[in-house]
Design a binder for this molecule. Structure first.
Ligand SMILES: O=C[C@H](O)[C@H](O)COP(=O)(O)O
Ligand SMILES: C=C(OP(=O)(O)O)C(=O)O
Length: 449
């Protein structure tokens, strides 16, 4: 059980430090009231589950498992529906099956889900037709609609974030333990997809092989119950510290602090200042923590982050999620990996091939090329191969819906198609077919590593 952390001074040390990318709430009393209410809400995840994920991430850091972390760029309150959640989960389960079978590696499955409602932005305002309003910062802060009312930051939204996360997590738990994720359902996950999609057909062939393997194991006497449930964890960016702080609790077993808003949280590229509140916050919690590292990261920064977040060098505690861009990864990653490895720290290295590869199409849509995404992952594998270190996983923005947000892929989306189903509230996501393509290609890279 976790209990209120109000009296634990280390739960509050971040409050004295500058916090980047926080909403400008006009009414601080309203914010305090919401935070007090959130502090009384039950945990969304349990401390023991966070420990379990840390153990799984330790296997990733040791080179014994691979992380698949993926989901929306920004979850939306109006997308908390069984259909959206099932589609996303189904895509991640299919990718997991491809990576496990074709890559022959245990896959740790973590969603960008049930909490990914807050977005750091490049600019504080947005101007359209001469009208300037606050930028959209995620449903936890303000509304997407371009009106002064919607863009007004409202702390009441933090309670909706909690409720949306709770409903999502509830359904995810039901899907992953209630039979839907049973490995014997590998075909069923593909049913609405296979007929006309090349990646769906490729998946179907792999699913037939998995079936045969399961029948073989069955005949050998392996208990079929073993395949009935899947371990699945939830993660999001720990951006809004008022929310994360309100959901930080003391574990009554160990007296240690856990952020019970999700199993794993990460600090983004825009908020990882060494003297800032976000790094201080994550340094005090026991959850497995990720930090995004962009192309300007120096080895000294990486080493200081390790000292701050993982002073005891606990494998699984810290994951570096690199997001360099396809054109920079081969140049910037080697020194970081080399220096970190030489320091003796055992972090997990994970590739986010999305955030360094965004560009604006002539139509004004923010997009990414599938080939750039793939090339960044290739570069990531090449660097680790050359250094003899472990390429620990991928972190991707994806959806289970057939959107047209990223260009390329086997079932090719062209720049002129972007307008057809461009639904993201922030950054472009891989659709289901592109996600499966990526899983097959990454599995091949892993096998050849
Ligand atoms: O998802 C990441 C960031 O929130 C996003 O890339 C910021 O986008 P912007 O540059 O349009 O603000
Ligand atoms: C904001 C994000 O990424 P980054 O911090 O790497 O820009 C994100 O992953 O949503």
């Amino acid at each position: 059980m976790t209990v209120n952390a109000k009296t634990d001074a280390s739960a509050h040390t971040w409050r004295d430090l500058p916090a980047a990318q926080q909403p400008d709430y006009p009414d601080s009393k309203a914010l305090r009231d919401v935070v007090a209410e959130l502090e009384s809400y039950p945990p969304l995840v349990f401390a023991g589950e966070c420990d379990q994920l840390r153990e799984r991430m330790a296997a990733v850091a040791r080179g014994e498992a691979f992380l698949l972390q993926g989901g929306d760029c920004a979850e939306a309150f109006d997308a908390v529906s069984a259909e959206h959640i099932r589609n996303k989960l189904k895509t991640l389960l299919q990718m997991g099956a491809v990576l496990t079978y074709a890559g022959s590696v245990p896959v740790v499955k973590v969603g960008r889900i049930a909490g990914q409602y807050s977005k750091p932005r490049s600019k504080p305002t947005e101007t359209r037709d001469g009208v300037t309003l606050p930028t959209y910062r995620g449903d936890s802060v303000n509304g997407f609609e371009f009106t002064p009312e919607a863009r007004h930051p409202d702390p009441q939204r933090l309670k909706r974030m909690y409720q949306a996360s709770a409903s999502t997590l509830n359904l995810v738990r039901a899907f992953t333990t209630g039979g839907y994720a049973d490995l014997r359902q590998v075909h069923a996950w593909n049913q609405d997809f296979v007929k006309n999609s090349p990646s769906g057909q490729r998946y179907e062939a792999l699913a037939r092989e998995i079936d045969r393997a399961l029948n073989f194991m069955n005949a050998c006497g392996v208990d079929p119950e073993e395949f009935k449930t899947v371990e699945f964890f939830a993660s999001h960016e720990a951006l809004l510290l008022d929310y994360e702080g309100a959901l930080t609790r003391t574990d009554s077993r160990s007296g240690k602090l856990y952020d019970v808003s999700g199993h794993m949280v990460w600090v983004g590229e825009r908020t990882r200042q060494l003297d800032g509140a976000h790094i201080e916050f994550v340094s005090r919690i026991e959850n497995p923590v990720g930090v995004k590292l962009g192309p300007t990261t120096t080895p000294e920064e990486a080493l200081t982050l390790i000292d701050r977040i993982d002073p005891d060098r606990t494998p699984g505690r810290l994951t570096f999620i690199t997001r360099m861009g396809a054109d920079k990864i081969r140049d910037r990653l080697p020194t970081l990996v080399e220096k970190v490895a030489a320091s003796g720290a055992q972090v997990a290295w994970v590739c986010d091939p999305m955030h360094g590869n965004t560009f604006e199409a002539a139509s004004g849509h923010k997009t990414r090329r599938f080939d750039d995404v793939l090339d960044e992952v290739k570069g990531f594998f090449e660097v680790h191969k050359a250094l003899g270190t472990h390429p620990g996983g991928i972190h991707v923005e994806l959806t289970g819906d057939d959107v047209t947000e990223c260009v390329g892929g086997g079932d090719e989306i062209f720049v002129d198609d972007l307008h057809q189903r461009y639904e993201t509230a922030c950054d472009p996501r891989l659709n289901r077919s592109q996600s499966l393509d990526l899983a097959f290609l990454v599995a091949e890279m892993y096998r050849h590593q």
